[in-house]
Design a protein around this ligand. Structure first.
Ligand SMILES: Nc1ncnc2c1ncn2[C@@H]1O[C@H](COP(=O)(O)OP(=O)(O)OP(=O)(O)O)[C@@H](O)[C@H]1O
Ligand SMILES: [Mg+2]
Length: 206
């Protein structure tokens, strides 16, 4: 079964839009294990809106926390303990796209970072990165943090306006596959996302 974990160099980088495009392209399931902040909507609702997938393909979150903050803090505010046994990858009858929270060194709890959870799952991770200024540092740091924990990296996917040099140097120095680029879309709807995703992103072979 194909399984992709989607992470990013930062929060708000476009992971959910990318994950919606990916889940739609592979006709898969989508799972956001830890959602911190649900106003105006959580990532599952965004994916339901943008992927074109039927509602049953969007799996319920393991944790749906009210505060838009690092999961460890959002959980503390809601009086919830985030436990590894509730974060087991769901068994589904098709490809699965899992979206992390924030970036790779975001704390899931007081003792576990997002990258530790990825290492525990040991499934290929796609790193979403901006194309613009600052992305070389954020991307290479994220790749190092994943490698240091032995997390398999399926590749890097860029999001935003084209930047030929950043899109060349990061995969070269980071020694990761370049999965392409999803442009910034003026109209975000299932049809335009599917078209842009198919045109810009090469799916990694798993
Ligand atoms: N390719 C794109 N075209 C147009 N808008 C985009 C694109 N990617 C992301 N956005 C917009 O940027 C914002 C952040 O995107 P998104 O929610 O996908 O980020 P994220 O990395 O999933 O954030 P979080 O860390 O909260 O999960 C959203 O308003 C989204 O609509
Ligand atoms: Mg998201």
């Amino acid at each position: 079964m194909s399984l992709f974990v989607v992470t990013g160099t930062d929060t708000g980088i476009g992971k959910t839009v990318f994950a919606a495009g990916l889940a739609g392209a592979i006709g898969g399931y989508y799972w956001k294990p830890i959602q911190a902040g649900v106003d105006p909507e959580g990532d599952s609702e965004t994916v339901a809106r943008l992927s074109g997938l039927p509602a049953r393909r969007i799996l319920p979150e393991a944790y749906r926390l009210s505060t838009p903050a690092s999961p460890h803090l959002a959980a503390r505010i809601d009086g919830v303990e985030i436990r590894l046994d509730r974060l087991a990858l769901p068994a589904v009858d098709g490809p699965l796209v899992v979206e992390g929270a924030g970036g790779v060194l975001v704390p899931v709890s007081g003792t576990m970072l997002m990258a530790d959870l990825f290492a525990h799952w040991s499934k290929p991770v796609i790193l979403c990165a901006r194309t613009g200024l600052g992305t070389i540092n954020h991307s290479l740091l994220s790749i190092e943090a994943l490698r240091a924990r032995g997390v398999p990296i399926a590749g890097i996917a860029f999001i935003g306006d084209p930047h030929a040099e950043n899109e060349r140097i990061i995969p070269a120095l980071g020694r990761v596959a370049n999965l392409g680029r999803l442009p910034h879309l003026r109209a975000l709807d299932p049809a335009s996302l599917a078209t842009a995703f198919a045109a810009g992103i090469k799916l990694p072979a798993i």
